[in-house]
Design a protein around this ligand. Structure first.
Ligand code: ATP
Ligand code: MG
Length: 406
């Protein structure tokens, strides 16, 4: 079953807004057996919208149009769809009354509502549970279409609700994702190749590299029996051993590992400025294992908050093995956690020296038994170096807990 998405908005073409809706739409439709095979972006012009809708609807089973439903003159999607359908716009009195009631309670004149209450003749309004503009649905030359608002929360909620109508094909699966850590794309590919791994028929293997590690995606656009996809995923995990992570993100894997051992965690961050703590607290339930963190950016903060001896800082510099270790130890003490991680490094673009170039990062780890620090030389921009540091720190903590060494 093939679907397409048409995004509408001058702001998307102008680079003012980045799309956040296609992935949500694809992920709502995937489990229903609808695979997107085209996405197009057009500006807020009636003709462009009509032409693109007709083109995308041809030969497909579903078209999702997204954006341009607002109350202002520059939102042209309803007009564009009416043109594609060869019909006029007609106001829906019930919808209009509903919008008017809502606007009146906020003191906005009702005239503003009229536009959002009109739909191409023959189309049916779709309620918007989390925003003002209703969507609408119908069929364009035999292809069912859904028109949903552009605001990501509204688009996601409406598509989720609409997708619920589609049957879930029984016993089939489309996708399995496996996160890895500590191996680059080439090494992962090589390991699978050497082990003779081949995806089963109808399944493709995709490599999705990121600073957090390579994610592997087994994808079956047409759907295959779930046990086949599960067996392929299990085989990949077996080949990769402890480089395959239990959860899709490092922070989830770490939180689960901490929770499973009744362990607690704390962080002392310099060059990452709290990003490690932010990632951990992204995980629901992190409160049971994460006690807290400090951002000790200056030397003084390292001394005052973590008890790093000034003499140590003077002798080795803030970016050093001795200071990373002392930070981790001080953090463990300060929070009374069972595990603490520290990072101190040079994220650039300035501040590098010949013996400590930009990208030099020390990551310390203390667990009450031992304290140690490891040095990394990360490449890339300031943002990339910081992200790689966060990921490596999460991975180091995870591996210490699970005992499959760094
Ligand atoms: P509403 O009437 O509920 O505001 P709408 O259909 O009018 O929704 P638009 O006017 O096109 O939507 O856009 C509303 C907001 O949503 C804008 O800030 C726009 O930049 C943003 N937006 C639109 N499309 C997308 C998209 N694909 N991804 C992320 N943001 C989007
Ligand atoms: Mg718009």
């Amino acid at each position: 079953v093939r679907g397409a998405v048409l995004l509408v908005g001058d702001e998307l073409l102008g680079g003012v807004t980045s799309d956040r809706n296609v992935s949500a739409i694809a992920r709502a439709l995937g489990p229903r057996g609808v695979a997107l095979d085209a996405v197009e972006i057009v500006g807020d012009g009636e003709d462009a919208i009509a032409a693109a809708a007709l083109r995308l609807a041809a030969g497909r089973d579903l078209l999702v149009v997204c954006g341009g439903l607002g109350p202002t003159e520059d939102d042209r999607t309803r007009h564009g769809m009416a043109r594609a359908l060869g019909v006029g716009l007609r106001e829906d009195p019930e919808i209009r009354a509903g919008i008017e009631r809502r606007l009146a309670s906020r003191g906005i004149p009702a005239a503003a509502a009229a536009r959002q209450a009109s739909f191409p003749e023959g189309a049916r309004p779709v309620p918007n549970a989390v925003g003002s503009a209703p969507g609408f649905r119908g069929a364009l030359r035999g292809c069912p279409f859904w028109v949903v608002p552009g605001v990501p929360e509204e688009a996601r909620e409406m598509v989720r609700a609409l997708a619920e109508e589609l049957p879930v094909p029984e016993g089939l699966a489309w996708e399995r994702m496996i996160a890895t850590a500590g191996l680059g794309e080439t090494r992962v590919a090589l390991a699978l190749d050497e082990a003779g791994f081949r995806p089963p028929p109808g399944v493709s293997l995709g490599f999705l590299p990121s600073p957090g590690g390579v994610r592997l995606r087994l994808a079956a656009p047409g759907g295959v029996p779930s046990p086949e996809l599960d067996a392929a995923a299990a085989r990949v995990r077996a080949v990769l051993g402890d480089r395959a992570m239990p959860a899709l993100s490092l922070e989830e894997s770490l939180v689960a590992a901490l929770a499973g051992r009744g362990a607690t965690f704390a962080t002392a961050e310099s060059c990452t400025g709290g990003l490690i703590g932010a990632r951990i607290t992204d995980v629901p339930g992190a409160s049971s294992v994460y006690l807290g963190g400090v951002v000790t950016y200056s030397d003084r903060a390292k001394t005052e908050r973590l008890g790093v001896a000034p003499a140590l800082l003077a002798a080795h510099g803030a970016v050093s093995e001795a200071v990373a270790a002392a930070m981790a130890e001080g953090c463990l003490r300060a929070f009374g956690s069972s595990l603490a991680v520290s990072v101190t490094g040079i994220a650039g673009p300035s501040g590098g020296t010949p013996d400590k170039p930009v990208g030099t990062v020390w990551i310390g780890l203390a667990d009450g038994v031992a304290v140690r620090a490891s040095c990394f030389g990360f490449g890339g921009t300031r943002d990339m170096i910081r992200e790689r540091t966060v990921n490596k720190a999460l991975e180091i903590a995870y591996r210490r807990l699970t005992g499959n060494g760094e």
